[in-house]
Design a protein around this ligand. Structure first.
Ligand SMILES: *Cc1c(COP(=O)(O)O)cnc(C)c1O
Length: 344
């Protein structure tokens, strides 16, 4: 379920991508373009979290987005920007996670051919989920690497168009539309808590919010098990990190050693990275289920974990937590939320 693309796909992307500027205007344009294809998701108050931190805490329910995660925004925005010729050639991805679902669904809605390459080892339920969207599944080899080789071949030989999960201005602008919805619904955001992996989500929202008010504080939350962006920020350049299994699987994957956009953007808009433990992610999933009756995947719940720390942080004004997705295996979810609450 890791959404990191192979490096060749990234190169292909950079060749095809138009030089879209990363500006708030690009996010406004995306908002206009995708509005009939993507849901304006609910923003609901959380009385329990508000009481904890002494401010108004709001939950942005990207869990209610079609496909159950925000990535449909960037995928639709990218596909809408394709030329007639690119649309005919079709799009390709190797992700079987939220990015793969988003690309497959967006393509089927817009009448564009999509191929998702995956290895024989991908569980049948995931394959069926992709097939249900109408995308073509190509099963190749016994590893993610072999699936990537096939995807690269489709790009090189059949001229299919790769869609990057985060490092593309069109994707970033699409995810940034969440920020515009927050401004519309709330007027102002004082603190943003958001999951951080490749940085398309946080970069896009941060761009939209900070263009409206530079005093908005942006907090990016990642798991300790493979915090590629946080490590890269510390090193001052994109670095690879060891990846360990994590409950926040949708936050896995590197940022790409040849990162073109999100590293610089995140460096610009992020005020504070926070690393959370597996126990803290589990506690956040449990909290959201028990207190708010919400089903949220690990990568979507992680952003709430800093608010659950002791002593509780004291905040002011409007605090927004972006619950970015709900696509978690039901058995895994039940095991996590069923566990007795314990101290972290
Ligand atoms: C992809 C994803 C993220 C991280 O988004 P980036 O743009 O890679 O930082 C967070 N939450 C969920 C549910 C995701 O699918």
């Amino acid at each position: 379920m890791v959404d990191a693309p192979p490096s060749d796909l990234r190169d292909g992307c950079s060749v095809d991508a138009p030089p879209t500027a990363l500006t708030a205007a690009a996010v406004h344009a995306a908002r206009h373009d995708i509005r009939t294809w993507v849901r304006h998701t609910p923003l609901v108050p959380s009385p329990s979290l508000s009481e904890r931190v002494g401010a108004r805490v709001w939950l942005k329910l990207e869990t209610m987005q079609d496909i159950g995660a925000f990535k449909i925004r960037g995928a639709v925005n990218t596909l809408l920007s394709l030329s007639e010729d690119e649309r005919r050639r079709g799009v390709v991805t190797v992700s079987t996670g939220n990015h793969g679902r988003a690309v497959a669904t967006a393509a089927s809605r817009l009448g564009v051919r999509a191929v998702v390459c995956m290895s024989e080892l991908v569980p049948e339920v995931k394959r069926l989920a992709v097939e249900r969207t109408g995308a073509e599944v190509r099963i190749v080899g016994r590893s993610q690497d072999e699936a990537e080789v096939e995807a690269n071949r489709l790009v090189a030989e059949e001229h299919m168009v790769p869609v990057h999960p985060f490092d593309d201005p069109r994707v970033i602008a699409g995810q940034g539309t969440i920020g515009l919805e927050l401004l519309e619904d709330l007027g102002r955001v004082d603190h943003l808590y958001c999951g951080l992996s490749g940085g398309g989500l946080l970069g896009g929202i941060g761009l939209a919010l900070k263009s409206a008010s530079s005093s908005t504080r942006v907090v990016g939350v990642t798991m300790e098990h493979g915090a590629a962006m946080a490590e890269s920020l510390r090193a001052g350049r994109p670095v690879a990190v060891e990846e360990l299994p994590t409950l926040a699987d949708s936050l896995g994957g590197g940022i790409g050693l040849d990162n073109r956009y999100t590293f610089d953007l995140v460096r610009r808009v992020l005020d504070q990275p926070v690393l959370v433990s597996e126990a803290e992610i589990a506690a956040a999933m449990r909290f959201l289920f028990r207190e708010e009756r919400l089903v949220v995947e690990g990568g979507g719940a992680a952003c709430v974990a800093p608010l659950l720390r002791e002593p509780a942080p004291r905040l002011d004004g409007n605090v927004v937590c972006v619950l970015s997705g709900r696509n978690v295996d039901p058995d895994k979810f039940m095991a996590v939320v069923g566990e007795k609450a314990r101290a972290n």
